[in-house]
Design a binder for this molecule. Sequence first.
Ligand code: ADP
Length: 467
Amino acid sequence: MYINGKWVGENLNVIEVENPATGEVIATVPLGGAKEAKLAVDAAYSAFKEWSQYSAYERSELIWKWHNLIDQHKADLARTMTMEQGKPLKEALGEVGYANGFLSWYAEEGKRIYGETIPATTRNKRLFVHKQPVGVIAAITPWNFPAAMITRKIAPALAAGCTAVIKPAEQTPLTALKLVELADQAGIPKGVLNVVTGDPQAIGKVWLDDMRVRKLTFTGSTEVGKLLMKGSADTVKKVSLELGGHAPVIVMEDANLDKAVEGVLASKYRNAGQTCVCSNRVYVHESIHDTFIEKFTEKVAELKVGNGLEEDVHIGPLIDQAAIDKVVKHIEDARSQGAVVKHGGNVVSNLFFEPTILSNVTDNMLCMREETFGPLAPVTTFTTEEEVIERANDSDYGLAAYVFTENITKGIRICEALEYGIVGLNDGLPSTPQAPFGGFKQSGIGREGGHHGIDEYLEIKYISVGL
Ligand code: ADP
């Protein structure tokens, strides 16, 4: 663990980090708890006094140094990520680039934290608005994007002048620790970033209860997000939550089918279906259903499943047995209600699962209501635009949605009607550092990325001056 600029925790019990592709234990990290969580806040709180006084330009310079070191070490970071998380090396390298994009973007955006002057009612007053960092922030991150979920939170926090305590997911702490090692080399001062590995409940509770932690930023399940939101109430922390999704894909009758198939393929099978913006339900207009299935199946058949370290692998292992069980449960439930397996449907071995396509799916099936978080694409048909919008919006989630049509008027009309925070119109991969990422409804609160993402780490101070 990295607390107050030091590597600590060698006397603690450990958590074993397993490679999901082989089941091998590849490393151990300390099983930190309440004590380490508090030490991390002490360090971050103390470092805040100085870090918040750095100029935006001084902070930018250090963030750029960190960025450049990550770029130099990207091959090593990607390999570590593949070994602890499972995603194919090419995807891991892509994630390192995406993660680093948050550092370069916010290194510059920190220079544009502008205030305001407001005309006063009377002659003898001047009204100013300043923005100041919120203080110590706590970041709790998931295993599916071991690098990007950290930098998406930490880059704007650092640029805004906040200091941070971070708890990476227990499955993927190694990428996080390597990132912070590079931050240390870049000269980010001690205490500004602290990483605690260990018991989620114990660490989470200390951070929630500590009044000095002024903001909680979390990416993970809706269930845990709700607990953390409740837990933040007693100290009235700011919260940003990026929670589950259940993305619909709508393929209209006038879609370019090759584009639609490419889009669904990219959004569905990336990270073996383990992203919160993965398409979960595919609605295809009834007039083009058979052609779509034919083209889609052809492409899915080309996907190679295997250890992400091997060349040409498209789909790595799922993260654990529970993930496999959920995919199996969704397929069994759908089949028992009349769905047809068009491709795949089975475990290959251990944690590897075939990319799967189901047709004849109906809205009451589990896979159409719950996030599968695996390589399963359920396909159903619709007749009218109005009907498909209603069915797509009939969800407690509202993170990402996708629409494919060559008619721009129709496309915009549907985008506007969808109750989702992110809509890809003829685009299966909309995430990018400079755009706001976040959900409606139970998919979350707040936005990460873009100029919106830095506001989450800033307080607004109004100063009224009497002359
Ligand atoms: P997933 O289902 O994707 O593993 P979780 O929501 O369980 O998602 O985990 C996301 C992150 O939240 C991980 O870092 C995990 O350790 C952490 N976490 C889980 N439960 C709690 C909790 N009760 N308090 C604080 N953090 C938690």
